[in-house]
Ligand binder design. Structure first.
Ligand code: NAD
Length: 495
């Protein structure tokens, strides 16, 4: 019997009010049901928001260092349960154990960062322009945070948002992706065990257009932190904008790695393999374009195809496997359609290009590592996010052209350049249009204490990670204390 999961609303584990449910299956073996989850609706969201709203006054009164200590305990519990959660996550969404362990570790690191931040959350003291007057800023909590997350980082992304929200004193209504509800449920269990006030964290499972949209449009939700596709991000921004809600959007990418003619080719090869085929290409920061200098083009391509053709595909629970399945049937269809589009556009396949159905893999959503050459910058496979193990290779003749091609999409999340030339590296750091640039590293590999996010259609200017997340989940309050005992008028009495 598959395990039955529930929502967590107003301090109780409960079914959806409608009683409806949905199944979550293992993408590496569709016979295996990971769990049965409540298919919630607007009435469940209403109850969750009411609980979070009611809890806000009490939760914000807990001193921030104490809230931070609770996050530390959550981090300790994640450490204890790391292996169990990693295995559950692999069964739930397919990525290999090395990566699901890394996903949990990112949550642990984020918890410990929150522990420290509970004792910081610095304001500023600033001299007044008037005598006997004191000026300062503090950070205050905002209210109810609606948290909507994707499936590709089922622990890391919720922790990026929920640890800072709770540490800042906000209360939470959390809707995880319906492909990864089990990992999200474990996270909420851990928050409760660590000592978060139960009504301050509410979990509502279900679909995006129903549960997600009900959170976005609820008048008592003050801010939305969303990670997902640019298409959904635009819908959310428009809906939340009507009520002037604070909205943080972390969206799609079409990330590129440049390899210059002076690069260490072995290192660049390791980078592109990890960037393009790690997480089966399903990272927002995945390398989906390789921009190769013409002088090393043939040599590097031979090295790449040779190595990529040996990637071991299979169930991520097998420690020898290097690439798991894609998330579900419809995503595999999208990927395969893009391969057809690439061929119609005139690109040439040098590896893969089809589903992978060897042995046990016939029962899962597997796809071959796929590489296209003869790709032109304006082709759809070089412009649109595919979100699968498909790499488009573009040839360039110098650094200026490489940067122009890299910048020539509507996205701007992560970017990478391999070169030994310090001048080229600094020019790239300055001219690449992206929220993140790696020098001699792949496009993936964010550290939790650094700001994370993108420019152009990858987001709306906010950043997750590190101190920047705390800016989003709290408001700046400016305070003036006049101890002169008389009316002092700024801009007037001191002139
Ligand atoms: P998605 O946009 O389909 O869904 C993300 C979340 O939004 C899910 O919980 C979904 O149920 C919900 N949702 C869907 N429609 C909604 C609506 N109308 N109103 C409210 N909520 C709604 O994305 P996905 O397929 O889960 O994830 C893949 C996408 O996420 C890719 O585009 C990827 O680049 C992006 N992503 C971005 C980052 C980043 O930090 N920039 C990180 C990871 C993933």
């Amino acid at each position: 019997m598959a395990k039955k999961y529930q929502n967590f609303i107003n301090g109780q584990w409960v079914d959806a009010r409608s009683g409806e449910t949905f199944e979550n299956r293992n993408p590496a073996n569709w016979d295996e049901i990971v769990g049965i989850f409540p298919k919630s609706g607007k009435e469940d969201v209403d109850a969750a928001v009411a609980a979070a709203r009611k809890a806000f006054d009490k939760w914000k009164a807990v001193p921030a260092p104490q809230r931070g200590e609770i996050m530390k305990r959550a981090g300790d519990l994640l450490v204890e349960r790391k292996e169990e959660i990693a295995r559950l996550m692999t069964r739930e969404m397919g990525k290999i154990l090395v990566e699901t362990r890394g996903d949990v570790q990112e949550g642990i690191d984020t918890a410990y960062y929150a522990f420290g931040e509970g004792r910081r959350m610095f304001g500023r003291t600033v001299p007044s322009e008037l005598p006997n007057k004191f000026n300062m800023t503090t950070r205050i909590p905002i209210g109810v945070a609606g948290i909507i997350t994707p499936w590709n980082f089922p622990m890391a992304i919720p922790t990026w948002k929920i640890f800072p929200a709770l540490t800042c004193g906000d209360t939470v209504v959390f809707k995880p992706a319906s492909d990864t509800p089990a990992t999200a449920t474990v996270f909420v269990e851990i928050l409760l065990e660590a000592g978060v006030m139960p009504e301050a964290i509410n979990l509502v499972h279900g679909g995006g257009s129903t549960v997600g949209m009900a959170i976005v449009t609820h008048p008592d939700v003050n801010m939305i932190s969303f990670t997902g596709s640019s298409a959904v991000g635009k819908v959310i921004n428009a809906a939340a904008g009507k009520d002037l809600k604070r909205v943080s959007l972390e969206l799609g990418g079409k990330n590129a790695q440049i390899v210059m003619d002076d690069a260490n080719l072995e290192l660049a090869l390791e980078g592109v393999l990890w960037g393009a085929f790690g997480t089966t290409g399903q990272r927002c920061t995945a390398t989906s374009r390789l921009i190769l200098h013409e002088k090393v083009y043939d040599k590097f391509l031979d090295m790449l195809v040779e190595r990529a053709s040996k990637i071991k595909i299979g169930n991520g629970l097998d420690e020898s496997v290097e690439m798991g399945p894609v998330i579900n049937e419809s995503q595999r269809e999208i990927i395969h359609n893009y391969v057809k589009i690439g061929l119609e556009e005139g690109a040439t396949l040098v590896l893969g290009g089809d589903v992978y159905e060897e042995g046990e893999c016939a029962k899962g959503w597997f796809y071959q590592p796929t590489i296209f050459v003869d790709v032109k910058p304006n082709m759809r496979i070089a412009q649109e996010e595919i979100f699968g193990p498909v790499l488009s290779v573009l040839k360039v003749s110098d650094l200026d052209e490489a940067i122009k091609v890299l910048n020539g999409t509507k996205y701007g999340l992560s970017s990478s350049i391999y070169t030994q030339d310090v001048n080229a590296a600094f020019k790239a750091m300055r001219d690449i249009e992206a929220g993140i640039t790696y020098i001699n590293g792949p496009t993936i590999g964010a550290e939790c204490h650094m700001p994370f996010g993108g420019v152009k259609e990858t987001g709306n200017g906010h950043r997750e990670g590190g101190w920047s997340a705390y800016d989003f989940f709290s408001e700046v309050k400016t305070i003036y204390v006049d101890y002169s005992g008389r009316l002092q008028r700024a801009q007037i009495d001191n002139r």
